[in-house]
Design a protein. Structure first.
Length: 601
C-alpha cells in the first residue's frame, strides 16, 4: 500500500521538493545572500541558537529566524524508495519539468493565512531549499499502512482545570500612546529625519503609503515576531510592545500594548474574534524562560487573559514556546509536550504529552484550519520513526494517524487544508511531498516532479517548526512551489494534487526569485523579490488559461535598498496594499531600523 507523504525541510537544510534524489555536488550560492524566513523572528548572524519549543535548538523559519543558504548535497545519484534503484513507472519515474506556466492560492507571508489554512503565512527572504536535488521518491510499504485508528492515542491526552486561572485584564496597564507612522512624503517626524521615500518615483511605480521605525533595542537585538493585517488594522509585535496602525494612513489604531520583558513568541494565526497570543520572558537574564502568555485583541488593543506556563516533567522546558491557534483553541507547544487552552477564557482544554518514557512524544504542532501534531517515536531504537496526527481542537481526540517508515523524518507541513507534508530521508538523500485525502491519513498523491524546489523554510537544525515554510502555497487543485534561482529568473511550478505531476509553470518577470504568497479570487498572488537597484513586485498569476504574471504593484526603485534591507521579514498583500516588516531587530544598526512599510497606489 502506498503511504502518505509529508512536506518538510530536510535536517539542517532549508526545504526542497518531495522525497527526491540526492543533490549534485555543486555550490549552492545564488544571487544575494539569502534572507530569513518571512514572518518569523529571525536570529542575527553569529547569535547562538536558542532552545526550541521541543527541547532542541530553535530552528529559524518564516517567522523570524533567518534562512540558511541552500547547501547542495554531495550526491549525484539517486536511490529509489528505501534504497532500491528507482524503477520507471507512474510512481517511480518523475515527469520531466514542463514549460512555463502560472500559480494558485495560499496564506500570506507574515500574517495569519487566509482561507482554510488561516490568515497568512510569512515568506522567507532567503533561498532555503532541500539539499536533496533530483527525482522525488515515493513512500511505499506496509510500515506506512499500519496506521493508528480512531480512539488509539499514541500518547496520553488529559483534560483538567487551570490552577492558575486569572481574570482578563480589561485594559492595558499604563498604556503608552503609539506614535503615528511616518508618511513617505517627507512630512513625518521620524528619528531618521523627514525622509521622502517617494522622491524620484517613476511612472507606474507604487508608492510608500507610510512607514514605522523600529523601537530602540539592546545591542543583542530583539524579536519582532508576526504581522497581522485585517479589518483595516496592521499590527506588529516588536521587542516589548504590540503596535497597531490604520492601514489607510498609518495612524495608531490603539495605544501601544506594553510588556514588562522581551516578547519571545507570537501566534501566526488570529482567532475568529480577532485575538492573537503573545509570549514574553519572565525576566531580563539570558536564562529567563519564555513562559508568560498574554492574549491581545487586535480590534481594540486590549489585553485579555494571561497565564504563566508551567513545566511538566523532567524534560519539559519553557525556554521557548510555539503558539498555534485553530478555531477557539490555542495550542502552546514546548519541549515534548503541549497544552491546549480556550482562546475565549483561557480554560485548559487538554494536555498533549508523551505516552511513556522512551516512546512517542510531541515534536511540533500546526494551527490554522487543522490542528496537527507531529510525533517522534522510539528514539535510538530499532523502531524509531515519525508520525503525524490530526487532533480534535476541542478535546484532543485523535482523528487519524499517519506513520512514516523508519528513516523518514517529517520536516514541515506545507499546507493544512489540503494537508500537504514534506519529509526527508537523510541516509538515502531523498525527499517526499505527499498530499492527504481530506479528513484522513490516506494518500491523495505524491509529487513526481524532478526539480530543485526552493521554498523558504529557514535553517535546518534539530527543532521543528512545522509551519515555518514561506514561498509555498496550495489550493484544492494545485500545489505551488518555486524553483531554485541559479542565473536569471526562477519559476513557480503548479503541481496537480490529483496526480502529483506538473500542470504548468510561470517565470518571474524579472531576474530575481518569485515566491508564491497566497491564492485569492482563483488566482495565485506571488512576491517578486527586489534586485540591487530595482524594487520588488506583487504579481497575480491566473491558474487557468495564460499563466503570465500580471503586475499588481511595482515597488519604487528608490526604496529597493530599504526593501532589500529587511534581513528577516514578514510580508502580506491585503486589499491592494503590500506590507513588509522586520521579524528580528538588530541592536547594532546605524540609526533607527524600519519596522514596517506599506506600499500602495
Amino acid at each position: 500500500m502506498k503511504g502518505e507523504a509529508l512536506m518538510t525541510q530536510p535536517p539542517n537544510q532549508p526545504p526542497h521538493g518531495g522525497f527526491g534524489a540526492p543533490q549534485d555536488p555543486q555550490q549552492g550560492g545564488q544571487g544575494p545572500a539569502p534572507q530569513p524566513g518571512y514572518g518569523y523572528p529571525q536570529q542575527p548572524p553569529g547569535q547562538p541558537a536558542q532552545p526550541g519549543p521541543y527541547g532542541y535548538p530553535q530552528q529559524p523559519g518564516p517567522y523570524g529566524q533567518p534562512t540558511q543558504p541552500a547547501q547542495p548535497g554531495p550526491y549525484g545519484q539517486q536511490p529509489g524508495p528505501y534504497g532500491q534503484p528507482q524503477q520507471p513507472g507512474p510512481y517511480a519515474q518523475p515527469t520531466q519539468p514542463g514549460q512555463a506556466g502560472p500559480y494558485g492560492q495560499q496564506p500570506g507571508y507574515g500574517y495569519p493565512p487566509q482561507g482554510p489554512g488561516g490568515p497568512g503565512t510569512p515568506p522567507g527572504g532567503g533561498g532555503g531549499r532541500s539539499p536533496f536535488k533530483g527525482k522525488p521518491a515515493v513512500i511505499i510499504g506496509a510500515a506506512v499502512a499500519a496506521l493508528l485508528v480512531a480512539g488509539g492515542a499514541v500518547f496520553a491526552v488529559t483534560s483538567g482545570g487551570d490552577d492558575d486561572k486569572k481574570k482578563p485584564d480589561a485594559k492595558n496597564k499604563n498604556p503608552k500612546s503609539s506614535a503615528s507612522a511616518n508618511p513617505g512624503d517627507g512630512s513625518g517626524d521620524g528619528h531618521e529625519g523627514k525622509e521622502d521615500l517617494n522622491q524620484g518615483r517613476q511612472s507606474g511605480e507604487a508608492k510608500v503609503l507610510w512607514y514605522k521605525e523600529a523601537p530602540k533595542v539592546p545591542g543583542k537585538g530583539a524579536d519582532a515576531p508576526g504581522m497581522w493585517v485585517q479589518d483595516g488594522i496592521a499590527a506588529k509585535a516588536a521587542y516589548k510592545e504590540v503596535l497597531g496602525y490604520k492601514v489607510a494612513d498609518g495612524k495608531p489604531a490603539w495605544p501601544a500594548v506594553e510588556f514588562q520583558y522581551d516578547i519571545c513568541a507570537a501566534s501566526q494565526q488570529v482567532s475568529e474574534d480577532g485575538k492573537v497570543a503573545i509570549a514574553y520572558k519572565s525576566g531580563t537574564k539570558s536564562a529567563a524562560k519564555c513562559d508568560q502568555l498574554q492574549i491581545v485583541d487586535l480590534k481594540t488593543g486590549e489585553k485579555g487573559w494571561k497565564k504563566s506556563i508551567k513545566e511538566e516533567g523532567l524534560f519539559d522546558s519553557t525556554l521557548s514556546l510555539e503558539l498555534n491557534i485553530t478555531g477557539d483553541t490555542l495550542m502552546v507547544g514546548r519541549s515534548q509536550s503541549g497544552t491546549a487552552y480556550s482562546m475565549d477564557d483561557g480554560d485548559e482544554l487538554f494536555v498533549s504529552r508523551k505516552k511513556d518514557e522512551g516512546t512517542c512524544f510531541p515534536a511540533g504542532f500546526t494551527g490554522g484550519d487543522r490542528l496537527l501534531r507531529a510525533l517522534s517515536c522510539g528514539a535510538s531504537t530499532p523502531t524509531e520513526h515519525d508520525e503525524i496526527q490530526e487532533l480534535d481542537p476541542e478535546t484532543g481526540k485523535v482523528k487519524w494517524t499517519k506513520k512514516f517508515p523508519k528513516g523518514w523524518r517529517l520536516e514541515h507541513v506545507y499546507s493544512t487544508s489540503p494537508t500537504v507534508l514534506y519529509a526527508t530521508n537523510e541516509d538515502k538523500k531523498q525527499w517526499n511531498i505527499t498530499t492527504l485525502k481530506s479528513g484522513s491519513s490516506a494518500t491523495r498523491s505524491e509529487v513526481q516532479v524532478d526539480e530543485d524546489f526552493a521554498p523558504e523554510c529557514g535553517w535546518g537544525g534539530l527543532g521543528r517548526d512545522l509551519q515555518a515554510c514561506a514561498g509555498v502555497a496550495a489550493d484544492e487543485k494545485y500545489l505551488y512551489l518555486p524553483t531554485k534561482k541559479t542565473t536569471g529568473a526562477n519559476e513557480i511550478v503548479a503541481i496537480s494534487l490529483a496526480t502529483g505531476k506538473e500542470a504548468w509553470r510561470a517565470k518571474s518577470p524579472q531576474d530575481t526569485s518569485m515566491l508564491p504568497l497566497k491564492t485569492q479570487n482563483g488566482d495565485l498572488v506571488a512576491y517578486v523579490e527586489p534586485s540591487y537597484d530595482g524594487g520588488g513586485r506583487v504579481v497575480s498569476i491566473g491558474t487557468g488559461g495564460s499563466h503570465t504574471p500580471q503586475t499588481l504593484l511595482k515597488h519604487p526603485a528608490g526604496t529597493s535598498r530599504i526593501e532589500n534591507g529587511f534581513f528577516s521579514k514578514a510580508i502580506d498583500y491585503v486589499d491592494g496594499r503590500f506590507y513588509i516588516s522586520q521579524t528580528r531587530l538588530s541592536g547594532t544598526a546605524q540609526g533607527r531600523e524600519k519596522l514596517m512599510l506599506a506600499y500602495g497606489k
